[in-house]
Design a protein around this ligand. Structure first.
Ligand SMILES: Nc1nc2[nH]c(O)nc2c(=O)[nH]1
Length: 457
């Protein structure tokens, strides 16, 4: 097995560190053997095995590969969409559902590729997606995502989303965007059977993800929880994103959203929730006790004016807090390192500067996202972990005059990784995703976005 030494990094983030001092123990770099981290080295220490490749990291800030815990790849086709501008969640969704209903396989493929490439360029090594629109003709949306992720070599946690509660049944989505529940369950089982890898180092995982309380039935929530338990896969949904959703739950189910979650059998450590903003203190305690994962999506929460997640209190209670860019129609980018910066700043508005450091934000985007999605083999630079690594250069004008390199990564606003390794393989070199013609991808993507908009007119 090939060995690589990422040698003498300028700075390195280790997920549990609270200050720069702790990082001195790995300042000599990281030794990778095959797909795993073999050892970390103290400054001046030499590798214990013969080395095939040395990568000089003296100009790089090194982090574990960033882990995106919530996205909707297809939404890259409806960025800055005129009819959806300046709206809050329910109105925003209502203006976009009919557009998204026009998605076809070609659009899905190029939207997935573009979202994955954008994330890899920003230091992401594991990408999760929540795909809940599977209109007639797009039943193979998740198969397309699996194929694209495998071609690019990024780790993927793909959630089989669903919508079954249409407007006619009192739900939010239009009738033509929902599916029959039998078809949803059958397809969930098929996807698990065909693609889910349960082993350490898994490159593709499937999770089950009814979309939100206002777009699926209680029966589907319950049935999905049973299937997930039987097959050992994770559960994912949007929860407590807005006050509208809370009102919907109270009116339709007679429960607040977290009580509803418990009622349908989802309040446990195999569930992670997107957004998780409007919890009260008692709900935070219960979510923590149950070790539920929460994906904080700061940019989307600001863009849709949804509110601010209570990251620190959730973490202190025992919940697993990660970070996600959310779909690119409510961000409207898919830049993971930029999202980490947003998380740090938005959380400071809630807790104050001294309480939220760049270490916190980086921990959420690495070990936090991994734990939220039930992974203990990624998210940390440590012997035995998967070799998923991001390397950033501080050679852009925005870093000029900066002192602490790790702090500069977020404070000066890094945008792009120089190198990214997934499972021991370099997937980004000199800022370029290997095997991808970026101009061609962007041209195909922008043509697909125009075609989708034309269909909606
Ligand atoms: N930010 C988002 N929230 C959502 N809720 C829901 O049901 N769908 C979405 C979505 O696409 N983005």
């Amino acid at each position: 097995m090939e060995t690589t030494w990422i040698k003498d990094p300028l700075a390195i983030f280790t997920a549990t560190m609270k200050d720069n001092g702790a990082a001195q123990s790995v300042q000599g770099g990281i030794v990778i053997q095959g797909s795993r981290i073999l050892e970390t080295l103290a400054r001046g220490e030499r590798p214990s095995v013969p080395i095939d490749v040395i990568v000089d990291a003296s100009q790089h800030v090194v982090t574990p590969g960033l882990i995106n815990a919530h996205h909707h790849f297809y939404q890259t086709l409806t960025r800055a969409y005129p009819e959806a501008l300046n709206k809050e969640l329910f109105h925003w969704l209502k203006s976009l559902y009919p557009v998204w209903a026009g998605l076809d396989e070609e659009m899905m493929r190029v939207a997935t590729e573009l979202a994955l490439v954008e994330m890899m360029m920003s230091g992401c090594t594991t990408a999760s997606d929540h795909h809940y629109l599977l209109p007639h003709g797009l039943e193979k949306a998740i198969d397309i995502q699996v194929d694209a992720a495998q071609q690019l070599g990024i780790r993927a946690i793909l959630t089989r989303g669903s919508m079954s509660l249409g407007e006619e049944q009192g739900g939010l989505p239009p009738q033509h965007t929902i599916q029959h529940e039998d078809a949803i369950i059958d397809d969930s089982l098929r996807l698990i059977r065909e693609y889910h890898q349960a082993d350490d180092g898994a490159m593709v995982q499937i999770a089950l993800a009814p979309c939100s309380p206002f777009s699926v039935t209680t029966e589907l929530m319950k049935e999905t929880a049973l299937v997930a338990r039987q097959h050992g896969v994770m559960l994912h949904t949007h929860l407590c994103e807005t006050k509208d959703e809370e009102q919907f739950c109270l009116k339709r189910f007679g429960y607040r959203p977290v009580d509803y979650l418990e009622e349908v059998g989802w309040l446990h450590e195999r569930t992670w929730l997107a957004h998780g903003i409007h919890f009260n203190d008692e709900e935070i305690r219960r979510l923590g006790q149950a070790q539920v994962g929460i994906c904080h999506c700061p940019t989307s929460n600001m863009m849709l004016a949804s509110g601010i997640c209570r990251n620190k209190e959730l973490e202190a209670a025992g919940a697993k807090v990660g970070i996600g860019v959310d779909g690119s129609a409510s961000n409207d980018g898919s830049n993971m390192i930029a999202e980490v910066r947003m998380a740090m700043y938005l959380q400071r508005l809630r807790y104050g500067s001294a309480e939220v450091t760049h270490f916190d934000a980086l921990r959420w985007a690495t070990a936090g996202s991994a734990a939220a999605m039930g992974r203990n083999d990624i998210g940390k630079i440590k012997a035995g972990m998967q070799a998923d690594i991001a390397m950033f250069k501080l050679d852009d004008i925005r870093f000029s005059g900066s002192h602490d390199p790790l702090a500069a990564l977020l404070l000066c606003g890094a945008q792009q990784a120089d190198r990214v390794m997934v499972a021991g393989k370099w997937r980004v070199v000199d800022g370029r995703v290997q095997g991808v013609d970026l101009d061609d991808l962007m041209a195909r993507h922008s043509a697909a976005a125009k075609r989708l908009a034309m269909k909606a007119r």
